[in-house]
Design a protein around this ligand. Structure first.
Ligand code: NAP
Length: 492
């Protein structure tokens, strides 16, 4: 199990001493004293610092070139590091790039102090470049450490794979993916075989993506439940606060990680790697729902009917795909309108989400008309679900109105102003549903209401699809109200 290290970024020795006590109380195994953050740092301060911190400590003098604040260079830096190596710290962090000559001189020295050989990449690099650095660091000290910012989930997965490889070789190393996309390397530091995992005190992050000590410690305990969202983009996912609220409501340890997979980068290898790492379940969103359907070993009824997967469950060795947008939309409909064979329904947009909506409406026997800017898409969906497709232009020119209209286009969502709804499509007695949930009231909903129709947004669909995913992953009943409240707060 990795040791949890609390990085202390304080300006004074007394501040670092107080923070070290808080860190050990919170469950840290050791602390990292960032000497480069101490105001007016000089060599003489190292022994005072050692005396003031009562617990196992890593002494780090991070240079500016490696993302720290220390401007000491050449012989002045080397003298300071020699002093650290003689100051009874349990570990001293030395930099592969900056301190190579000292590392070579120190190699093989008999000492109680262990050396951590660090290397920080300023930007993402290919896996073989990281591996080369790691191997060189392993030859020069006790523990090799590499840190790299991750801009996408595949980059973080590459780091995780590297960890799995070196842990099989029983090497001593730390591999860190920085930023939110790199967070899986912290959550699964144990599976990757990292010897240390760096955390912080609340609000005092020393590196992007660090968790606080308590959260990091709880993540390393066996019963954690970690879920992820595969999509592109995923940065403003409402599912994260919503699913984490469901975990918290049931006092379960866990996390929900948005995983950014650029188009074409989500494949069978990525899915296997996520499963092997320990994800308990995944959501899938734009643009990967179709590829997820093809990648799953088995698909449930809703996924098979829609040929789209928004929920992946790992059942033993089998990867099972489901589509909880179906139940999400069904629950959104409930109590708002009764659908019969005489219900004239219009579906605007024939993309990913429309497949679930068309399935539900066809199951309820509505008379369904579908339009999409891409007429071919509307044709294909209409053929699948026994509906009629019409060109957007033709329908707009007609004087038709509908009992039920559902917007399944992104037009009207935050950042995409406008409405795909012609006012004449709805009238008094019509129901208009916009599955967009941000903003809560879209322009199209205003148009429908101004025509005397009833208008509803997509938040309830989001909450209900998320709740169903949670049931599938855990077998537990989530606190739907807690999920709804968290989603609402995230959208404010
Ligand atoms: P999508 O796959 O991109 O599908 C949208 C379809 O609508 C595309 O075929 C698009 O054509 C077409 N379209 C765009 N403007 C149109 C217009 N004015 N008239 C007719 N067709 C038009 O998107 P999606 O995944 O289905 O998502 C659609 C929206 O639903 C998004 O805003 C998403 O956030 C929301 N959603 C909500 C939930 C929920 O739980 N509430 C769940 C899923 C999705 P082009 O590609 O040519 O533009």
């Amino acid at each position: 199990m990795p040791l949890v290290v609390a990085s202390l970024v304080e300006g004074s020795i007394s501040g670092a001493s107080d923070s070290s006590k808080a860190a050990f109380r919170a469950g840290a195994d050791l602390v990292e004293l960032r000497l480069d953050h101490l105001e007016g740092f000089n060599v003489g301060m190292t022994r005072d610092a050692r005396r003031e911190i009562l617990g196992p400590t890593i002494a780090t003098l991070r240079s500016k070139g490696q993302g720290g604040r220390s401007g000491l260079a050449g012989s002045r830096r080397e003298d300071a590091l020699k002093e650290l190596l003689e100051s009874d710290f349990e570990y001293v962090d030395l930099e592969l790039e900056t301190d190579r000559s000292l590392l070579r001189k120190n190699r093989g020295a008999e000492s109680e102090t262990q050396t951590i050989v660090s290397s920080h990449f300023p930007r993402p690099v290919p896996r073989d470049v990281v591996e080369k650095r790691l191997v060189e660091a392993m030859t020069l000290g006790d523990i090799a450490k590499v840190a790299m910012p991750c801009e996408s989930a595949p980059q973080a997965l590459d780091l995780a794979q590297l960890g799995l490889k070196f842990s099989r070789l029983k090497k001593r190393f730390v591999i860190i993916g920085m930023g939110l996309q790199g967070q899986l390397t912290r959550v699964f530091a144990d599976r990757m075989g990292s010897e240390l995992v760096y955390a912080c005190l609340p609000g005092k992050e020393a590196a992007p993506g660090q968790m606080d000590v308590e959260a990091q410690t709880s993540m390393l305990e066996g019963s954690r439940k970690v879920f992820g969202l595969i999509g592109h983009p995923v940065s403003h996912s409402v599912s994260k606060p919503m699913q984490e609220a469901a975990l918290k409501h049931l006092s379960l340890r866990g996390m929900y990680l948005p995983l950014d997979f650029p188009p074409r980068e989500f494949d069978g290898n990525a899915l296997r790697a996520l499963k092997n790492l320990g994800f308990k379940g995944l959501n899938v969103t734009i643009p990967h729902k179709g590829s997820a359907f093809k990648l799953c070993d088995r698909n449930g009824e809703s996924a098979t009917a829609t040929r789209a997967v928004n929920t992946i469950n790992f059942v033993g060795k089998t990867v099972v795909g489901e589509n909880t947008d179906v139940i999400g939309f069904s629950r959104l409909l409930d109590g708002k309108t009764t659908i019969t064979r005489n219900t004239n329904a219009l579906l605007i947009g024939a993309g990913g989400a429309a497949r679930a909506v068309a399935y539900v409406l066809s199951e309820r026997k509505a008379r369904l008309t579908i339009i999409d800017i891409e007429k071919g898409r509307a044709d294909e969906l209409a053929k699948t679900f026994g509906a009629v497709s019409v060109s957007v232009k033709k329908l707009w020119k007609s004087d038709r109105s509908f009992d039920l209209v559902v917007n399944c286009t992104p037009v009207g969502m935050k950042g995409m102003a406008g409405t795909p709804l012609k006012a004449g499509f709805v009238g008094p007695g019509s129901v208009f549903i916009d599955i967009i949930y941000n903003p809560p009231v879209t322009k199209a909903m205003e148009v429908a209401a101004s025509r005397g129709g009833k208008a509803y947004g997509g938040l309830e669909m989001l909450v209900q699809q998320g709740a169903e995913s949670f049931r599938i992953w855990t077998g537990l009943e989530p606190g739907v109200e807690a999920m709804r409240a968290a989603a609402g707060r995230a959208l404010l």
